[in-house]
Design a protein around this ligand. Structure first.
Ligand code: FAD
Length: 371
């Protein structure tokens, strides 16, 4: 007789929600985590009494009423609204591109005037079809927005000139003709009161958890502990990279504690100039309206991936997707393994989508029509 119904590899959002829901329904779950802490990329470290987002700034947002009420059963959320700024050559501009941005750029007061400036810049381009990202972006928003806000930022993110990147990377660039700096269009957003650890703690409460355990260090042993496996790690690694390595963009974070109360007056400031090596500075306390005497800031530097770096953004181009589809195909031969989450599905998932996916897979597993 096996000790556990489910051995869950990974204590991120997918693994934690899945474990919580199964435990609630009388199943025995064990969560295995290779890091020295749980909670996956939502983990926050307390520094100077400030919740520091260790794996990049996270803002919860959704328009899905059921997911919003689901998370609100566990914690309440604050009313943080993401309104990032751009710093370009020491001038500040609002994001997403909206009437405040256009007013600062061109002095245009009415939406008609701002639209006319953009249309004029597009009409003056000497091409009408995009063969690369640079052309695609200019066809969508004109030359000024592209040159000041997209060109350098994209070059830093991808480590390649936009003229050498495929047009398909950018399908649309959101432009708004209202004075609205709210980055997300979703109905609901916020940060869990007490931080993300407070939410994740609720999911994992009472569930057996082993930290510092890499599933790949002893697959046979971990598999022997349960009837079924839930795998939220990298799918290419699960299959020993037999069809090749799936690529990710990675990030490097540089944290600084500053002995001042307020560094930049905003949670997120993007740096779009190619000459500045980082892409963003977060000031963590502003996610939770903190009034601590000191502050913690993080500079975010994009780096390319390799198997020993943290995988952040999947590069879902045709080459990688061809490889992924082969892994997906062979995974069907493993009925006792549930593959879930951003690494096993090689997919950029927002938090609300991962929760939705974990709930769907849990219901499917238990053949439930409703939760
Ligand atoms: P993860 O959180 O990565 O969890 C996987 C866990 O499995 C990790 O703890 C890992 O250590 C563990 N693991 C892997 N392999 C093994 C192994 N072999 N053995 C044991 N353990 C293993 N979403 C939003 O909604 N809003 C945002 O603002 C937002 N910002 C983001 C910013 C960045 C920089 C990134 C990269 C993502 C952001 N996201 C955001 C997305 C969010 O992080 C994901 O939706 C979420 O973390 C996915 O959870 P997961 O469980 O699938 O993966």
């Amino acid at each position: 007789e096996k000790l556990y119904d489910y051995v869950i590899i990974g204590s991120g959002l997918f693994g934690s929600v899945f474990a919580h829901e199964m435990t609630k329904r009388g199943k025995k779950c064990l969560v295995i985590e290779k890091r020295s802490h749980a909670y996956g990329n939502l983990f926050c470290e307390k520094i100077e009494n400030i919740n520091v987002h260790k794996y990049g700034a996270h803002i919860f947002h959704t328009s899905d009423e059921s997911i919003w009420s689901y998370v609100n059963q566990f914690v309440k959320f604050n009313n943080f609204v993401n309104s990032p700024l751009i710093n370009y050559q020491n001038e500040l501009y609002n994001l997403p591109f909206n009437m405040n941005t256009f007013y600062k750029l061109w002095g245009t007061v009415s939406p008609q005037d701002a639209k006319a400036v953009i249309a004029d810049q597009i009409a003056n381009l000497n091409f009408t079809k995009a063969t690369n990202l640079e052309e695609q972006a200019q066809l969508l928003v004109g030359t000024d927005i592209y040159n000041m806000f997209i060109k350098g930022y994209t070059e830093k993110q991808w480590g390649k000139r936009p003229s050498l990147l495929p047009a398909s990377i950018i399908k649309r660039i959101p432009v708004r003709f209202t004075y609205n700096n709210n980055y997300f269009d979703d109905h609901y957003q916020g940060i869990p009161i007490g931080g993300y650890n407070a939410l994740m703690e609720k999911f994992l409460n009472g569930i057996d958890l082993r930290l510092n355990c890499d599933y790949f260090s002893d697959r046979t042993y971990f598999e022997s502990l349960g009837k079924k496996l839930v795998f939220t790690g990298k799918i290419d690694q699960f299959f020993n990279y037999k069809f090749g390595v799936l690529e990710y963009r990675s990030l490097r974070f540089e944290n600084k504690i500053l002995p001042i109360e307020n560094f930049q007056g905003n949670a997120v400031v993007n740096y779009t100039d190619a000459n500045i090596p980082f892409t963003r500075i977060y000031e963590h306390k502003h996610f939770e309206f903190g009034s601590q005497p000191s502050t913690v800031i993080t500079k975010e530097y994009p780096i390319s991936s390799s198997t020993d770096r943290e995988p952040y953004y999947p590069i879902n181009d045709s080459l990688n997707m061809t490889i992924f589809n082969q892994y997906k195909e062979v995974s069907k031969d493993f009925p006792n393994v549930i593959f879930g989450g951003r690494l096993a599905e090689y997919k950029y998932y927002d938090m609300h989508q991962v929760i939705g996916s974990a709930l769907t897979k849990m219901k499917h597993e238990l053949k439930l029509a409703y939760v």
